[in-house]
Design a protein around this ligand. Structure first.
Ligand code: G1P
Length: 298
């Protein structure tokens, strides 16, 4: 069955990015001129997934406003004849079918996905964590759909991480069955390095069969006292195969200040409007001497 729907969990508090996330949802942080969540939505569109389900929580209305029409902007831009800008304000919303539901309590990623059960029904679906920013020639979701079409079972995006980072991720144990493709044999949420079966970490893109819901319902709080998606996927593995794809692309952790800055630069260099000015800036003498000066500690 074709994958038509994608779930975007967006109820988290974005604690790692405080204080900005006091009033701006982390999904709405900007990369050049678009919020992080839009990059994930565009990735889904590239894989022909246009039914987008966003799991929100308190303080997240900026996401709904963003994807809503902005009549004031439309009227103003039409009056002024600024048609290229008009396209940028309503294009994304017109290409997707959006639904929202609320996760009333922050009980974990697994619980957030369970909140989407009624909207998914009996079909496979994608999950996108929009703070995993992935820059790749072929959008990662499109790479994963390619695998799904061959195997018709769940597919996880994975990437090798350094030993010191293993305990921040869901980690898989897998048997390589093709270049960068693994049959998952086990998975564990945020293990200590000494217990980790590998350094292949799950990155925030999943394709899951609807059977996951049966397991999510019964998943008890795990690591950090939260209902973990990784634990439910581990149970799913007892009834059907699961695959993991070591995708092509560079991933930036949008929940990490340094990675977010790096992503800003990379996406700024890819944007026609900002590219040449940014190159001038980062290669300028002034910036190089500022970088050599002792830290300001702002
Ligand atoms: C979540 C998942 C984890 C995964 C990670 C990817 O963790 O629980 O398995 O490796 O996303 O970003 P979180 O970063 O929400 O703690």
């Amino acid at each position: 069955m074709k994958v038509n729907k994608a779930v975007f969990p967006a109820a988290g508090l974005g604690t790692r990015l405080l204080p900005i996330t006091k009033s701006i949802p982390k999904e709405m942080l900007v990369l050049v001129d678009k919020p992080l969540i839009q990059y994930g939505v565009e990735e889904c569109l590239s894989a022909n997934i246009s039914d987008i389900i966003i799991i929100t929580g308190r303080g997240k209305t900026a996401i709904e406003d963003y994807f809503d029409r902005s009549i004031e902007h439309e009227i103003l831009l039409k009056e002024k004849g600024k048609h290229h800008l008009l396209k940028s304000v309503d294009e994304i919303s017109s290409r997707i079918n959006l639904t929202y539901t609320r996760q009333k309590e922050a009980l974990g990623l697994g619980h957030a996905i369970l909140c989407a059960q009624n909207m998914i029904g009996e079909e496979p679906f994608a999950v996108v964590l929009s703070d995993d920013i992935i820059d790749s020639d072929i959008p990662v979701m499109k790479q994963m759909i390619g695998i799904y079409k061959n195997y018709r079972h769940s597919v996880l995006a994975v990437q090798r991480v350094k030993d010191e980072d293993v305990s921040k991720y869901g980690i898989i144990q897998g048997r390589e069955i093709g270049k960068g493709l693994y049959a998952v044999e086990d998975l564990v949420e945020k293990p200590d390095l000494s217990d980790a079966p590998s350094n292949l970490a799950i990155i925030g893109r999943y394709i899951l069969t609807q059977d996951i819901f049966g397991f999510l319902k019964d998943t008890k709080p795990g690591k950090g006292g939260e209902i973990q998606l990784t634990d439910a996927i581990r149970s799913l593995l007892s009834i059907q195969p699961i695959y993991a794809l070591e995708f092509e692309g560079t991933r930036y952790d949008g929940g990490n200040k340094l990675d977010l800055l790096k992503a800003q630069i990379i996406y700024g260099l890819k944007n026609q409007e900002t590219r040449s000015g940014l190159i001038d800036f980062i290669t300028s003498e002034g910036l190089i001497s500022a970088a050599k000066a002792p830290g300001g500690g702002v």
